[in-house]
Design a protein around this ligand. Sequence first.
Ligand code: HEM
Length: 759
Amino acid sequence: GKCPTLSDAAGAGTRSHDWWPCQLRLDVLRQFSPEQNPLGGSFDYTTAFATLDYHALKRDIKALLTQSQPWWPADFGNYGGLFIRAAWHSAGTYRAVDGRGGGGMGQQRFAPLNSWPDNANLDKARRLLWPIKQKYGKSISWADLILLAGNTALEEMGFPVLGFGAGRPDTWQSDESVFWGAETTFVPEGNDIRYNGSTDFAARASHLEEPLAATHMGLIYVNPQGPNGNGDPITSALDIREAFGRMGMNDSETVALIAGGHAFGKTHGASSTALGPPPEAGSLEQQDLGWANSFGTGNADDTITSGLEVIWSKTPTAWSNDYLNSLFGNTWTLTKSPAGALQFEAFNSTVDYPDPFNKTFRHATMLVSDLALREDPIYGAIAQSWVHNFPALTNAFAAAWFKLLHRDMGPISRYLGPDVPKQRFIWQDPLPTVTYSPITAADETALKAQILNAPGVTVSNLVSVAWGSASTFRGGDKRGGANGARIALQPQASWAVNNPKQLQIVLSAVCLAPFPSPSVRRLSATVETNRWIQLNTIKTNFNKKPNNGGKQVSLADLIVLGGNVAIEKAAAAAGYNNVSVPFTVGRVDATQDNTDIASFENLNPQGDGFRNFRNSSGWSLARTEELLVDKAQQLTLTAPEMTVLVGGMRAINANFDGSSNGILTHSPGKLTNDFFTNLLDISTVWTPDSTGELFTGKDRQSHATRWTATRADLVFGSHAELRAIAEVYAEAGGQDQMVADFVAAWAKVMDLDRFDVKK
Ligand code: HEM
């Protein structure tokens, strides 16, 4: 097999992480580097996609649907159901809470997802698609192809999809940054750490550990047999609501997705015969295929996937309302599949649900989780309203399916291809179209001078606010970032990490922000007071200037400009007079109406070590330094970038609350390398307080207190690899390198969401 007991090569043996499992992992900051990309660091998927004959590709997918292959015969002569499930399982790992998971990186190809029990036999779907992938090469990514195959299958089977946006570049390794849970076995019934071991199915759903969305390790969403296989549709509904809610789906979207998806295909549980290992544990000769089935022919009517044996609709290869007709038109009895799994069967119904291969017919069947759509009062009302309103189901499924596939795509400017619909949705975090000319370099210079002279602003608070604006970006789902200036809107304007009072000073100096609606204002009365009434502001003054040549400046650009000019001033104060922080003009200002408050609340960080913030009442169990690395990973930073940004922001005194923790300098506000030199100074001795979160640094000889610092500070001296980087900035030549690296990393963060201007 793939795992010989003894090996002494290729990284074998007991590793550091085995010896010291609590070691802070920096490998999540080294993922997806150009070195491990076989297409090379300069490969640009947008350019490659532009060479794709998209319509020919779709024709090939459509043809493949009904080209049944002897090695994996198609149910009902059509792979549509299988491809829809593959697309759904690819996208369905998305969690709104941390923006990770989802279909955007083609992760279904890699462990652990390629070997999760819930993804059984999806290796076959990818292998069926391989000739098409091979034919079109780099011009279509696996990430796009898996989703497009499902979307095209729906289209071909008569479902009016809203469209499709391509644009998901492939990754080449497993994304190790995703927390999939702490369990060490798959679907560990009754011992899920994510519920603290609770089996109180009526009460536990909302206690599912954040940021998880799936109810069990190894499942995309919920157990189809009910919580821990209890066979109960009512408590299954509670799990479904929580899991789909954390995917960003409301009740109506959830019902539409399940009723829409299960209108097609079937489930597979021909026998209780045990399957072979999943791809990741398979032997070499299995060539990355898994779940070998020794029952009968091992495929077709003998297929075992979930162990359930259900056919939902009389028309499993055509869009119809038969799923809901069956769900509400039949009387259901709990029974078992041939593999022994709990499912429902309608013994009252006529025997007219088609077998996929042998031209016989069966009773109507349903999963326990399908019955949840009937038995739960809220789901039941929604589903029943669609039984006689097929167009309403069709519209709801079309919208929910489009959202499912594109939820982690980020700004609409990332969508590629001729099928991108014109319609815009609130979950896309829409931004207004620019209708004015951008400011010039001369304007930038003038505006920067005005910002520095504005009342109440300081280098520190300008940097802190610009960071707060840009650093909401999440590489996982490409949400957040400085574009839109949503830091001036709810909910961001009220987040503790943004220090609302400080934010108010900077924003009111910079701009007359859009006046939020009364309902929004009520959310945060204190923040709103006085904030929006300063008329003499830089933005309004600039934009109302006559003879402006149609130019306008956005608050979003001013916030970034403010951070940049503050850094230039801090660098000058440290003796670097010619520092110019790169600036990419062209951001726009979002409106409150186009900002989904509840959904944006997911971007509220549990920790932001860059501003020395930790949400002490938040959900995260992680150590403060882990939250720092997590945030850096979301910002797609490397370990050196993370290090220099923290050191620079401490020197500039940009803590969220203005505290002196980690401000290891006697000249705060200057872009010095003092943070590193003082942190590595052996004459300071550190002791923790009782919480282990705050440390006091005393003079080794006099015992006089020198500094205070947090875990997000001391980790740069304590972690061997971070210390190695910190030494670079503390040693001879380190100050010069620090200024250059800080400016580069800062500019990167400010532009993370500028998909509108980058390739
Ligand atoms: C198949 C469970 C939601 C689309 C299956 C199977 C299970 C399952 C157990 C059988 C796999 C097999 O044995 O081959 C669930 C549960 C859901 C859910 C518990 C949520 C509560 C969805 C959604 C979609 C979907 C939202 C799509 C929008 C499909 C399709 C198949 C399928 C098309 C048939 C696959 C084939 O024909 O090979 N589902 N599912 N499911 N599911 Fe779902």
